[in-house]
Each structure stands twice: as C-alpha cells, then as structure tokens.
Design a protein around this ligand. Structure first.
Ligand code: SF4
Length: 599
C-alpha cells in the first residue's frame, strides 16, 4: 500500500485560525442588493450611488496583493468587491494566484460570467483556464421574481452559470443573506443548492452595519429570530440530506435550537477556514497593508469584539432603549439581563441592540450547559464539514463531506490490533502488549523490511482491528495503554488519532516540525483514508502520517504520555534528511516555500 494521492481538498483543524485572505478589488458594482452593507455611502444620494461611482483598484495593485498574501503564508483567498466579475483584470489575478500556489474563490452575483470577457471567450471559461478554484454565488431567493426584487439581477443567469460548472464537475459554494423578504423561502433556496453542485452553503443573517444605523432603518429588512428559526432549520435539514456543509453566520446561539454547530459569529469567525485574515477595503492603502494578516487570539475573538461585563443602557431616543449586563467591543453587540447566567456567553455574539429594540427577546433562552473551549463550542469543533477547504478546481467536496458525515462512532469494546515494528527490542514490546487490559486485542509483529512504512502497511493489511496501534520496537506500553486509547477515541468521535508517549497532535506544532511520535493509535478508517504510511520514510514516518491524516479530516490529540516508555528519542532534528520529503509530500498544508522551524 502506498499513500493515497492528494484529493484536492484540505480539512483545516477545528480550533485553528483561518489561513484565508481577501483581495478586495474595489466597491464598483452594477447590482442593487437591498441589504447591501455599502448602501447609502454617498452623502445625500440614492442607496447604490456610491457603488456606481466607485472605481476599481488597478490590476497592478491587485496582483501585488496576491503576491503579498502568498508571502504572508495565506493559502487561499476570496476575490470580492463590489462585483469582481466587472474587473477586467480578474483572470490575471486568478492566474497569479495559481502560480503562487494559492487557491482562489470568486464571490459574485453570477450575472456576468457567461458573457464574453475581453471581447472573446466567456469570462467563466477564461477564469477556468486561469485556474479558479471556487465560486461563492449569491442565492438570495429561490424564484426569479424574488431574486430580481432583492438584487435587480436574474436568478436564471446564476442557475445557467451553475449548470455550466455542473457539466464539468466543478463544485462551488453559495451565500444567502437572510432578510425579512426571503425567510419563508429558505427551504426552497436550500433545495436549489442541493440540486446543483453546491458543497457549502452560508446563511448570513442580515447585519445592520454602516449606514443601517437605527432600528427604523432596518425595520423592512431585519427578520425576527422566531420567524427565522423554523425555515432555517428546514433548510439546513435539506442540505444535510444532500451532503452539503452549512454555516450560519451572525445568529445568537440560542436563536435556532439544534443548529448550534452551524453557527459562527464575530466570535469564532476567524476560526472558520474561509474567513479573511487580512484587511478588506482600504483602497487608498498600499498592497502590503491590505495583504497583512491581522493579529487574532487563538482562544477568542479580536479585541474589538471582546466581552466586557458591566451594566449598560443604550438609548435610541423615541425608538426605545436596551439594557445589558455585558457587551462586545464598543457596544457592537449586547447581552440583555436574560443572558446573565447563560453558559454559552463566551461563544455567543450577543444581540445587535437595534434588533432588540425592533423585535425584543422572543425565542431566546439561556443555556444551562455549553461544552467547548473558546471560541468554539464542542458542537462546532465536532462539525468537520465546515472545515473542508477546496484546493483544486475539480475536487469532490461533497464526497469529502459525505465521508466525514458518515463516520460511525466506535463500537463498544472494539477489536484493537497492536502492530510492532521489527528491530531491537521488538520482543520486549510484544511481551509487554500481552498484558494489556483492553477487552479484545490481536498483536502482530511487522516483518523486517527496508521501508518501515511498507512493513507497517503490509502488516496492517492482515489486521482485523477497528483500531490500529503502531509501536516502535523497544516501546514499553503500560498495561492500560490500549484500553485508555480506545476510551479516548470513543469519547471523542470527532478525533481519529491518539498520540501516546510523546510527540504532538497539535496542528500548529505539527506544522512547525514537531515530528516526535512514539505510539500512534488510529481508527482503521483514518488509516485507510490516508492510504497508510509513506514508503521511503523512517524517523519522520509518524509525522508525515499525522500531517496527511489531518489534511484528510482525521485529527488527533495526545493521551497521557506516561502510558508509554519509549526506547527511541522523542524528536527528530529539523535538519534530518527526511524533512524536505515530508514537506514536499504535504505541500498543500505548508505554504509554498515554507520550511518548518522548531518553536
Ligand atoms: S448569551 Fe444570550 S443570546 Fe447568547 S445564547 Fe445565551 S441567552 Fe442566547
């Protein structure tokens, strides 16, 4: 068995920060989305005048931003605007991204892609030729009339574009802004997505940002949470059945019971693998400033959204007032007294005070328990479909999502196969394994071979266990090692690997070259998904396997190191001759040109 080829997607580890960026080409836009953030930007003018008058950034600037994002170690990015399909330099930007090893997604209302670009071929074909990885289409309505009412664009044009992509097996994502005008049709929008090549659907609850600055200004757009909850729940069910990942942005955690794992707000947004880490906007600033990732803490939101406790009262004049026991940032969101004892507060955005004035607190209820570690709830961490990142144009994203959704929990008392490398000390390890306390185990000795990876793979082919435990010759496992490992995996259905006796399963540590690994206990399906160990590797075998497993959505964690005494050194020096091989094999995890450095 040799390791499987890369499938064109990557699972980002839940809890890690995003490594996505944004190229904002400028605000110029021909569309008229009712809920556009950039409405009424021009003083004393119509809602969309600023978008019509805006100019695009130069292609030269845009290409420089792409280069700088790559230099900063981002691995993929969105191109947005305005309407980026109106920028004549769009194919060049995509081409530059491909050349720099970045995957690239175009965010668009999908109105111009089937038109000729540059006077000859269709813009869609030019972008495909340039290597575009993904599109994020706006699907704000399920009907032509509703779409036109919401955007002044044509739904049929979007669907025609999707059909052209479906015909070549190119999967893509979709965005729906939830507003008062489309709440009832959310399930039908989901059906549209499900019946086409959408692999990830974002529902974005309308945000009253920028000039949407008073309760009265948003009264026609902001749907109430009790009105949203039912249709949204049905829409998510439709997408689940179709194997489509779903993210719901900017909804208080209690507003749609049962959908907690889908919710991302200002809390946790930078842990969404598609979120932008650098700055959008700033057209007057140089490319380096725009491309530079912002500092975001690993365990919470950006400082501007930090939770601040203390009584507050926000006054909206004749429209009303809101009392709060805590706020996020500069009163950006509030937590009314109802939230005082809610266990979810560290994970929850809270409420827009304008929303509270408009709709009150109906449908909201505090949680008694909310397991997790900030900023992500346990439910979110365990929802792996949300962490799949498209890296190649024809990647089978739905297949990847189906595989993680279809994972079964470990059976009670599963059979464990312990496999021991050949070499000095192997007999001692085999003897120690005979006194394991776990219910059912078989013990196999790997044959001596030039390639330890091949020897392990050959032995694994004969293994009957649902869990495989790999030991180096000379390892001394404690009697309860296998039982504890199985308990660990059974208690963490989202994890596939238990790392024992040294080394790390922490993804950042893996990337930074911490290659130490003693025993590795792994679910059989993860072993099969990775395709086993890599031929030609020795001391870096475990490191390479854990990286490849993470990329396939099989993550791990460390279990009590005292369960194993290892005869081998715990770390491999970064100058080891196998390091470049491992980096090359896992090039879609490491940013291009990056070399791991010991932390
Ligand atoms: S903090 Fe408040 S809004 Fe958020 S989940 Fe709890 S009760 Fe709901």
């Amino acid at each position: 068995m040799s390791a499987a080829p890369r499938p064109g997607y990557l699972f980002r580890p839940p809890g890690e920060l995003s490594r996505s960026g944004v190229l904002d080409v400028g605000l110029r836009c021909a569309h008229s989305c009712r809920f556009c953030y950039y409405s009424f930007m021009a003083e004393k003018a119509g809602q969309f005048d600023a978008l019509r008058r805006a100019s695009f950034r130069s292609s030269e600037d845009c290409l420089a931003i792409v280069d700088r994002m790559a230099d900063f170690g981002l691995i993929n990015f969105d191109i947005t605007g305005g309407e980026p399909a109106m920028h004549e330099g769009l194919p060049d930007m995509v081409r530059r991204a491909s050349r720099r090893g970045l995957s690239v997604r175009v965010i668009t209302l999908g109105q111009f892609l089937l038109r000729p670009g540059g006077g000859r071929e269709r813009l869609l074909d030019a972008l495909l030729k340039a290597g575009v990885t993904d599109f994020l289409f706006s699907l704000h309505s399920a009907g032509e009339e509703g779409f036109r009412e919401a955007t002044r664009g044509s739904l049929q044009t979007v669907l025609d574009t999707m059909e052209a992509l479906d015909a070549i097996g190119f999967q893509y994502s979709a965005n729906t802004v939830i507003h008062a005008g489309n709440v009832a049709e959310l399930p039908r929008i989901a059906e549209l997505s499900a019946s086409r090549g959408v692999y990830h659907h974002n529902f974005i609850v309308f945000n009253a940002y920028y000039r949407w600055d008073s309760p009265a200004s948003i009264a026609d757009l902001q749907a109430s949470f009790p009105d949203i909850a039912g249709p949204l729940t049905r829409a998510v069910a439709v997408l689940y059945e179709a194997g489509v990942a779903v993210t719901v942005r900017y909804l208080p955690l209690c507003a749609a019971p049962g959908l907690e794992r889908h919710v991302v707000g200002v809390v946790g947004v930078h842990h969404d693998p598609h979120e932008w880490m650098n700055r959008a906007g700033n057209p007057e600033r140089p490319p380096g400033y725009c491309a530079e990732p912002l500092p975001v803490p690993l365990d919470g939101p950006r400082d501007v959204y930090a939770l601040r406790f203390g009584p507050r009262r926000l006054d909206f004049g004749a429209e009303g007032a809101v009392s709060a026991v805590a706020v996020r940032g500069d009163d950006f969101k509030v937590f009314p007294p109802l939230c005082r004892d809610c266990a979810a507060m560290p994970y929850c955005d809270g409420l827009d005070p304008k929303y509270v004035v408009l709709h009150g607190l109906a449908g909201l209820a505090p949680f008694a328990r909310m397991p997790g570690s900030p900023p992500l709830t346990l439910a979110r961490r365990a929802y792996l479909p949300a962490f799949a990142l498209k890296r190649a144009p024809l990647a089978d994203m739905r297949g990847a999502i189906a595989r993680v959704l279809g994972r079964r929990p470990l059976a009670l008392d599963p059979l464990v196969t312990a496999l021991v490398d050949a070499g000095e000390g192997a007999a001692t390890t085999l003897e120690a394994l005979r006194s394991q306390t776990c219910g059912a185990a078989e013990i196999l000795a790997c044959a001596a071979a030039a390639s330890p990876g091949r020897a392990r793979n050959t032995a694994a082919r004969n293994a009957r266990g649902a869990v495989l435990a790999f030991f180096q010759a000379g390892d001394l496992p404690a009697p309860e090692l296998l039982a504890r490992s199985v308990d660990f995996l059974a208690g963490h259905p989202e994890l596939s690997l238990a790392n024992i006796g040294g080394g790390t399963a922490d993804f950042q540590a893996l990337l930074s070259g911490d290659s130490a690994s003693s025993a590795l206990v792994v679910r059989r399906e993860a072993f099969d998904a990775v395709g086993g160990f890599q031929d030609g590797l020795g001391e870096c075998l475990g490191w390479d396997f854990r990286l490849a497993a993470a990329a396939a959505g099989h993550f791990g964690d460390s279990v009590d190191a005292s369960l194993l005494r290892s005869s081998k050194p715990g770390r491999v020096d970064v100058r080891h001759h196998e390091f470049p091989l491992v980096i090359a094999r896992n090039a879609d995890i490491f940013p291009r040109g990056a070399a791991p450095a010991r932390r």
